[in-house]
Ligand binder design. Structure first.
Ligand SMILES: *[C@@H]1O[C@H](CO)[C@@H](O)[C@H](O)[C@H]1NC(C)=O
Length: 245
């Protein structure tokens, strides 16, 4: 009788082992997520996601772009997109040659990750556009920028810092992905289903004209998904990372 109980426990244990494993804090393959905020925001905007990623054992870096968050520059010091992007570009350059990141850009952060795709293709496992500006050869950066500017983006809170209005010429010069790069880096687009800051038609237009490898949608999310649906965003990012490792 005792032996049978022991065997039963053993079988139960063996059956449950894969699940027990899944709940261990250290993941089998540790991933490095690199998060890029939207205009006006800073690294702080990702704090819920950062906490979730760290507690599940992943490495996560949330960048402050120029004159954003606690970056020491002032808005007039970053009048060119290259100044604005430089913290991201410097970080990418500092990564060891054999290290790849899962790069995530929110809103205007899409332009920043697009820039990084041109300069560091070998260091990016996947580029994730979270309700972001996603240019491409068909719908170029200038069109995307003008379209985004025409939308209502005034969602100021007390934490935000001013955002420089970049000239369209600067956008057309800086935000370029060469044809040899385009399509060589996998891209995923995440739609915040209830975003009011970026209209669904605009998101659909970018997705249709510059098709990514995959489109995900976060139901019930307003534009600031990392605040309104952190758990769902975390789960989605993790599954994307597992798929595109
Ligand atoms: C995260 O990645 C960076 C860049 O490779 C590295 O310097 C840092 O030590 C890593 N942190 C952890 C906790 O693994």
């Amino acid at each position: 009788m005792e032996e049978r109980e022991f065997l039963t426990s053993l079988v139960v244990l063996i059956l449950l082992l894969p699940y027990a494993n899944a709940t261990l804090p250290r993941p089998k393959s540790k991933k490095h997520f690199l998060l890029v905020h939207r205009a006006w925001h800073g690294a702080w905007s990702w704090y819920k996601i950062v906490a979730l990623m760290r507690s599940s054992g992943h490495n996560v870096t949330a960048i402050d772009l120029g004159a954003s968050g606690i970056n020491s520059k002032q808005v007039l010091d970053v009048q060119h997109l290259s100044d604005y992007f430089s913290p991201l570009i410097e970080f990418m350059a500092s990564l060891p040659a054999d290290e790849k990141v899962f790069l995530v850009g929110h809103d205007y952060g899409g332009f920043a990750i697009y820039k990084a795709m041109e300069s560091f293709p070998e260091k990016i496992s996947v580029a994730v556009f979270l309700t972001a500006l996603m240019p491409g050869p068909t719908l170029g950066a200038t069109t995307v920028y003008n379209e985004a500017l025409s939308a209502d983006l005034a969602l100021a809170t007390i934490l935000v810092r001013p955002f420089y209005s970049y000239r369209v010429e600067d956008v057309s010069k800086e935000i370029v992905l060469s044809s040899k790069r385009y399509g060589s880096i996998r891209q995923v687009f995440i739609v915040a289903a209830e975003s009011k800051a970026m209209k669904k038609e605009f998101l659909q237009l970018m997705i249709e004209k510059n098709p990514p490898d995959e489109v995900e949608e976060i139901q019930g999310s307003d534009h600031i998904t990392m605040m309104s649906k952190p758990q769902q965003l975390f789960t989605t990012l993790l599954s994307i990372a597992n798929k595109y490792s």
